[in-house]
Design a protein around this ligand. Structure first.
Ligand code: ZN
Length: 369
């Protein structure tokens, strides 16, 4: 059998070592600002984090298995992936600003809780019921009993809605006690990606995320936007309120200015600005990495130009009024100039990808004729 295609983990090849060394000298690994930002506002942290599921042999979520990340980056791992995994493993309950809180490190994505007049508004109840419930338990450990009055799904990827039944009851949604807000076409797009293509994409996702690989410097190290996808139970509660256009909606006494971003990171997606907090939520349009335009797991292809223009629109409309940017993967940015610079850099990433793809395609064509 060809050596390269066995399941046995192996040492880094000379080529891999050279590529990793080149990256190590290209990026500034002495810059620790992200580590400060990722820990800013921490209110509560469990000493260790393992979330059990139905199978006693296999926890749904186990950060303890990533203990090896405390060491220096070995030759088998891309140093940038090692660094972002050290950031993604930081877990706990965090205050974004007084009134906005996030539980991080309990899933591949973050769950956000916003204090309303009567109770709590939950944005993006993560991937599995078990991890969502554990995150809400952490919130309640700090604040006491927290009644959920509304839920927001920013988009139809399952790491943003599938844990809903872990924190709310479907009866409370059908009775009208809890409203669920989602962008127009959320359900169709969620079904297309998670049901029609679900089985194929789920299998590809297992390869992409390495969910079943042993955690080790030669196995699963993390996947950039988070550690990995949790195992556990998925759920879906259909939204009750569809947001179809840019509009302002009062939700449990909090003013949400919704900004639509269809056809960007997801086919249906919204972001929002909260004037009371001078806070901008970019959903998953921005984070601390660069998204794939064509995902390896097979999600619908993304439009880098629409994406760049979506972020540019945010800067034009809310740039002067924003004091904090928070998102659904990765830690927030604080301070107006820092927020602006962060948004501009993220915008430019996608615009550059778009422009250079066309530019290089043209050059290639010119050479062929
Ligand atoms: Zn996500």
């Amino acid at each position: 059998m060809n050596y390269h295609f066995t399941a046995e983990p192996k040492e880094a090849s000379e080529h891999t070592k050279r590529a990793h060394a080149a990256l190590r000298s290209y990026l500034d690994f002495e810059d620790k600002e992200d580590f400060e930002l990722a820990q800013k506002g921490m209110l509560l942290q469990k000493e260790s984090l393992t979330i059990p599921g139905n199978d006693p042999r296999q926890p749904v979520w186990d950060l303890e298995s990533y203990g090896f990340l405390k060491g220096d980056c070995p030759e088998t791992v891309n140093p940038s992936l090692w660094r972002i995994s050290q950031l993604n493993i930081i877990h706990g309950l965090f205050e974004v600003v007084p009134g906005i809180y996030q539980v991080r490190g309990y899933d591949i994505s973050y769950i956000t809780f916003i204090k309303g007049q009567r109770g709590w508004i939950c944005m993006d109840p993560i991937t599995s019921m078990e991890t969502a419930r554990a995150a809400k338990d952490l919130l309640e450990e700090h604040f006491g009993s927290c009644e959920i009055t509304a839920v927001l799904y920013t988009h139809g990827h399952n790491d943003h809605f599938a844990g809903a039944k872990g924190i709310i009851r479907e009866e409370d949604v059908s009775s009208g006690r809890i409203k669920i807000y989602a962008p127009e076409h959320f359900l169709e797009t969620a079904v297309i990606e998670n049901v029609y293509a679900g089985q194929a994409m789920g299998r590809r996702a297992m390869y992409v995320y390495g969910s079943f690989l042993p955690r080790s410097p030669k196995g699963n190290v993390g996947n950039g936007i988070g550690m990995t996808s949790p195992l556990g139970t998925s759920s879906l509660i259909a939204p009750t309120n569809s947001i179809a256009e840019d509009q302002t909606v009062m939700i449990d006494g909090v003013e949400f200015q919704f900004i639509m971003a269809p056809g960007t990171e997801a086919p249906a997606e919204f972001m929002f600005y909260l004037p009371q907090f001078k806070a901008l939520c970019t959903a998953e349009l921005t984070n601390a990495s660069l998204h794939n335009i064509y995902t390896i797991r097979g999600a619908e292809i993304r439009d880098a130009k629409a994406w760049a223009y979506g972020i540019d629109d945010l800067i034009t409309r809310f740039g002067d009024r924003t004091e904090v940017v928070f998102m659904t993967h990765h830690w927030p940015r604080w301070g107006n100039s820092v927020c602006r610079e962060y948004l501009e850099n993220q915008r430019d990433l996608y615009k550059y990808l778009h422009d250079q793809t066309l530019n290089l395609a043209k050059l290639l064509f010119d050479r062929c004729v």
